[in-house]
Design a protein around this ligand. Structure first.
Ligand code: BTN
Length: 246
């Protein structure tokens, strides 16, 4: 298994795309101590600090049709939640599709992108950005109420910093185990785990999309990772991508 490490780079996601184009194998991981131009969902900027964040991107070549790709985001979220639990004892929550929260604040962002090669063997790049050892000063006033780090939530921010290398290793181990299970038995074997960590299922939510907002009861996710929301008229909407407000 290959790992490419950078002390600083613009974006591990960008590097992973390039490596995938050049034929990198499944499982190749790109890790950076610092990103200077981290990419978030929907064209947003992702801030990651030197020595405090985890910034990593994994290259996968799943033998599956591209429409199954959203499932891999859900798999990655489960892997991260489990690795965090193992390393810190903290129980995080998943907000569909790809945010991981701790006490209602954002801790992890996951960005899943696809790349179609000319020979149609597509690759999937899963980027994970994790706030590990930030202090409240690191976040600044404007986002302190929205974001948190493992260090801030563990032992009342008075303990040891969290070991990033161990955490990365555990995320990869957890992911590998889930991915093997998934390739063998399909998403239904992972779904109960995802649902057990999810806070956006079994509750009323706002699904904010580009052109509309749907308010309703989030009934669950399909095997393809699509969120099912029943509005007040009893109609069920299939939500493929949205910002969820609980
Ligand atoms: C989000 O908007 O919540 C997703 C954020 C994803 C950030 C990670 S950090 C590692 C990888 N490299 C990037 O440039 N982005 C992803």
């Amino acid at each position: 298994r290959e790992l490419t490490y950078f002390d600083a780079t613009e974006s591990t996601q960008q590097i992973a795309h390039k490596l995938a184009q050049e034929g990198a194998e499944e499982g190749h991981v790109v890790v950076a101590n610092e990103q200077t131009k981290g990419k978030g969902r929907l064209g947003r900027v992702w801030h990651s600090r030197s020595n405090t964040s985890i910034s990593m991107s994994m290259i996968l070549r799943p033998p599956l049709p591209p429409q199954k790709t959203p499932q891999l985001t859900l798999l990655a979220a489960v892997a991260v939640v489990q690795a965090i639990k193992k390393n810190t004892g903290l129980q995080c929550e998943i907000k569909w599709p790809n945010d991981i929260l701790l006490k209602g604040k954002k801790l992890v962002g996951i960005l899943t992108e696809m790349q179609a090669d000319p020979d149609l063997v597509h690759s999937v790049i899963i980027g994970i950005g994790l706030n590990v050892n930030q202090t409240s000063e690191d976040f600044g006033e404007d986002i302190a109420h929205l974001a948190t780090s493992l260090y801030l939530e563990k032992d009342g921010a008075s303990g040891q910093p969290v070991d990033r290398a161990r955490l990365i290793a555990d995320i990869l181990l957890e992911f590998e185990e889930l991915y093997e299970e998934y390739l063998e038995n399909g998403f239904q074997s992972i779904r109960p785990l995802w649902e057990s960590y999810s806070i956006s299922v079994g509750t009323y939510i706002y699904a904010r999309m580009i052109k509309e907002v749907i308010y309703g009861y989030a009934k669950g996710i399909t095997d393809d990772g699509v969120l099912l929301v029943e509005d007040e008229s009893g109609k069920t909407h299939h939500i493929y991508s949205a910002d969820i407000e609980i």
